[in-house]
Write a protein that binds this ligand. Structure first.
Ligand SMILES: Nc1ncnc2c1ncn2[C@@H]1O[C@H](COP(=O)(O)OP(=O)(O)OP(=O)(O)O)[C@@H](O)[C@H]1O
Length: 281
C-alpha cells in the first residue's frame, strides 16, 4: 500500500487559556512529530481536554498559537479545522442510532460533493459518489475491526465496538491528524487490547499523526512515541514513555511525592486507579 505524504508538524506554541481567573493552560508548548503517536497525560484538571478544545477550534486561546505546518489553526471554527484534516473523537459515545455503515457515511459528509437535490434525485454522478464513499467506509470498518458489523445497528454492539465506531467515524474524514480523547475509557481488558492494536494498525497503514489523551498508562506506554505531561496547566515533562516513567516531576504530579513506579498500572493519579474494565475518569 502506498502511504500518503506525511502530515505536517503540529505545533502548540505558548498557548494560554483562562476561565474567570483560573489558568487552565499557562503558555503550554509542545510539538507533535509527523506520523507519530504523541500522548498528552496528566492528573484530572491538568488541562488535557482544554488543549484538545483549542486544537479542534472549540476554544480560542487568550494568547499563543496552534499551527499545522504553515497553516494557522488558532481561532478557526471547528468545521474549518476539520476541513484542514484534524479529526477528533470525544470521551463519551455519541452514536446510538443507525447501523455502523450509516454512522460512517455521516463521517464522510464533509467530503461529499454532490448536493442534496442531486443525491435525492439519484443523479448518476451522485450515485457514483455515494458508492465510492460506501466502499471507503467499508475499508475503514475493516481496518478498525468493525467489518463484520458493517450493517449492524450500533445499539446492538458491545461498548468497545461502539467506541470504535466513533474512532472509525473520525477516520472517515480522511484526517492527517487524529485527536483521540480517552479511546479506551470504560473498556475491559480485552477491549483495550483490541483498541490498542487497531490504533497501531491505523497509524501504520494510514501514516497519520495521532495525539492521544489517555489515563490508561499501559496503553500510553505501549503506543506513544513521545509523551507530554501537564499539571495545573503547565508542561512539567516531555520525553519518551520510558523517560517519563522515571521523571521526578511526573512522579510528583501523579503521586504527590518523589517515588518509584514499578508497574504501568500504578502510574495513575491519586484516587484514580484504572484497573482493566474500570471506568477511568
Ligand atoms: N469551560 C470551562 N469553564 C471553566 N473552567 C473550565 C472549563 N473547562 C475546563 N475548565 C477548568 O480548566 C482546568 C483544566 O481542565 P481540563 O478539562 O482541560 O483538564 P483535564 O486534564 O482534561 O482533566 P480530566 O482528566 O479530568 O479530563 C480545570 O481546572 C477545569 O475545571
Amino acid at each position: 500500500m502506498n502511504l500518503p505524504a506525511p502530515p505536517p508538524e503540529l505545533r502548540f506554541e505558548d498557548v494560554t487559556v483562562r476561565f474567570a481567573g483560573l489558568t487552565a493552560l499557562g503558555a503550554v508548548s509542545f510539538t507533535v512529530v509527523p506520523g507519530s503517536v504523541h500522548a498528552l497525560i496528566g492528573p484530572n484538571g491538568a488541562g488535557k481536554s482544554t488543549c484538545f478544545n483549542v486544537l479542534s477550534g472549540l476554544y480560542r486561546p487568550e494568547s499563543g498559537r496552534v499551527r499545522l505546518g504553515d497553516t494557522e489553526l488558532t481561532g478557526l471554527a471547528p468545521h474549518r479545522v476539520a476541513a484542514l484534516g484534524v479529526a477528533r473523537t470525544f470521551q463519551n459515545i455519541v452514536t446510538t442510532e443507525g447501523t455502523v455503515a450509516d454512522n460512517l457515511m455521516l463521517g464522510r459528509h464533509a467530503l461529499t460533493r454532490a448536493g442534496f437535490a442531486a443525491s435525492a434525485l439519484r443523479l448518476p454522478g451522485a450515485v457514483r459518489e455515494q458508492r465510492a464513499h460506501r466502499e471507503r467506509t467499508r475499508e475503514i470498518a475493516e481496518l478498525t475491526g468493525l467489518g463484520a458489523h458493517f450493517d449492524t445497528p450500533v445499539a446492538l454492539l458491545s461498548y468497545g465496538d461502539r467506541k470504535r465506531v466513533e474512532f472509525a467515524r473520525a477516520l472517515c474524514l480522511e484526517p492527517r491528524v487524529l485527536l483521540l480523547d480517552e479511546p479506551v475509557a470504560g473498556m475491559n481488558g480485552a477491549e483495550r487490547d483490541r483498541t490498542a492494536e487497531v490504533i497501531g494498525t491505523v497509524r501504520a497503514q494510514l501514516g497519520l499523526t495521532v495525539l492521544l489523551v489517555e489515563h490508561d498508562m499501559g496503553l500510553v506506554m505501549r503506543l506513544a512515541d513521545e509523551v507530554t505531561v501537564l499539571d495545573f496547566g503547565r508542561t512539567v515533562a516531555h520525553g519518551t514513555p520510558d523517560e517519563i516513567r522515571h521523571h521526578p516531576e511526573v512522579l510528583r504530579a501523579y503521586l504527590g511525592t518523589p517515588g518509584e513506579i514499578s508497574a504501568p498500572g500504578e502510574f495513575t493519579a491519586p484516587g484514580r486507579t484504572t484497573a482493566p474494565g474500570e471506568d477511568s475518569v
